[in-house]
Design a protein around this ligand. Sequence first.
Ligand SMILES: [Zn+2]
Length: 315
Amino acid sequence: MEDLNFVYSYDLMRQEIHELETVHRGLVQVEVIGQAPYGRDIFAIGIGHGPACAVLSGSHHAREWMTTQLLMKMLRTYASAYVSNYAVGGYAVREILDQTTIWFVPMVDVDGVELQQRGATAFSESVRESLIQMNRGSEDFSAWKANAEGLDLNRQYDGAWEGISVDAVTHPASKNYKGTRPFEAMEVKALMAFLEKVNPPAEIAYHSAGEVIFWGLELDLDDPRHMAGKELANLTGYELLPPLSDKHGGGLTDWWTYNLGKIGFTVEIGSPTTGEGPVSQTEFPKVWEANQAVGMWMANYVLQNSLLSSGDVQT
Ligand SMILES: [Zn+2]
């Protein structure tokens, strides 16, 4: 039985990152890519021996922290599979990771996850009142999606940012506030700088919920990225949705696919009935089953399609 009260916290993530780095020295590398507004570190963990093929990110949205739990298990599994030389989902992990590095940024909204899980008491006394005010006077932060400044980090990328109109709000809030300009949030700046540095051809952004996959804004169905999306849908059993209109922009995958022309996906784990909170822990085994090979699939796709350009930064 899964523990229904289990919470995958920022501290647990840091502890697991430290263990991975210690046990798998040489295979796993850790970088602090920046800080969130209240000083918490944002981590990137690379696994492999070649240039970067993909960055997999989680918890752009605070309440969606099961994506961190998933990515950390993926990382531990790939590390063990490399050492013991076994395959995951039919993919030869050691062979793939000897040619390339997969990067994980398992928790982008580090402040927000702490706020969602622990409430305003996770912050210094001087800011608690303003946090509660942003939460419309409530001390219950269980539905919180934004960062601790009330910015929606997945409405902060320059992918059709101007035109975002779906559920838009005009002030800092628990969700959907896009800010005054793209890339103003410290967390998003940090991830963008990291993506520019390691220069991966692919990205996958994990969110919840719905068991669906988004693959870009206003793209053509003849696009090879659509075929790749079908493969990912087959692998996970999730539904590949048609491209969204530019009224939904501002997400990492929007910017990545629509503006940069690269391959990327937003994968929504968890049942469509999840509602305004985290995915239930009862679903984690199913989420793991559906997604465990996704990092390997993406890496293999990049290698098979020769997307690692010689100009990519070696890491
Ligand atoms: Zn989300």
